[in-house]
Design a protein around this ligand. Sequence first.
Ligand code: V47
Ligand code: SF4
Length: 392
Amino acid sequence: MVVRATSRQGAIRDPALFPIADRVAAGERLSTADAVTLFNSADLLGVGALADAVNRARHGDVVTFAANQHINPTNVCILRKTCVFCGYARLPKEEGAYRYSLEQVLAEAESARDGLTREFHIVGGLDMQAGLDYYTQMFRALKREFPQVHIKALTAVEIAHLARIEKMSWEDVLVALREAGLDTMPGGGAETFSLAVREQIADRKLGGADYIGVHRAAHALGIRTNCTMLYGHVETMEDRAAHLSMLRDLQDETGGFLAYIPLAYHPDDNELGRRLGIQGRATTGYDDLRNLAVARLFLDNIAHIKTHWIMVSPFLSQTALHFGVNDMEGTVVREKIYHAVGATTPQAMTLDDILKLIREAGKVPAERDSFYRILRTFEDAASPISNLPSPT
Ligand code: V47
Ligand code: SF4
């Protein structure tokens, strides 16, 4: 790997980064102490230049995206009172609580008939009334109706919950779900692994070692997964580095992670934001970019670093393409469908929008499948979308 962004070439102003830059240029692995230094550095452009060089050496100018649809079948969750950062969950009888029937899930999935959607991303609460049958029936029905659509579903926390309520092992739950149609797993539920942090933000949630354990079990069964970290709440820079280190260690062992996605904590409409008195003050763009760049540098064995534009804004995600990021998360819909529903949903971008974002950053957009295989590229900036081959 040829990496050109060394300490002595002017891109880096913070002297604390010089030895790290030398290690990056030499292709050496960074330590957790290096990660802490990177997280603490105010030299964002220096950190970014290093991450960009590593990213370019690995992926060139290609930036991938996938056309996926999120389905959240239930917001009922037994941890509603203890995951204090979560604004989504409800107790069973609480106002706003819902659990979709199979028909409702299928109705929601209908828009995948556009022929563009290639992945359902399905996650929800830890609902005592949504056991293994609920999900196996759902996955079977979705595969029957939409055989071409990949199912990325259920976080490690949900797998462990199903195992507990069904009195089964993690492995047996995973096997049953795979037989029903589960293809890969998303990375949610990790939050920040540090025990001290978990005590404050997610007291009763599956711990870091078990999150890693469920992913290890999935990888052993050939189920690829993503991984995440929730940042920007009460965690320290050391907590972040330790978290990334646990992910890197598992990846050394199994190679099963497809992508890492840092998740910026949003303080509005949840108990933690109220407690910390930081409502209306989400993470800064500075820290968002630094989290992505440090991940690219430290997670040398995870190929894809994904920015979640729904959480940090399309504008910041676009900038992140020069800070080590090679993949963009988010629903992409055809413009005609977007307008047919009569609304500009803030949860979706048109294909044209996403191509524009990527191209304006000087990058080459490429649509990928859920395993990161490139399906089509869009090298010709002048090509109108209507001239592109049909994705189906
Ligand atoms: O686990 C919850 C986070 C996650 C808040 O794997 C919050 O491809 C910010 O994991 N502020 C779910 N974040 C989302 C997730 C994800 C997203 C996109 C792609 C993939 C993937 C995974 O959202 C939860 C939790 O960490 N979350 N509440 C909040 N207030
Ligand atoms: Fe929210 Fe998930 Fe915690 Fe339930 S387990 S309260 S859905 S973050």
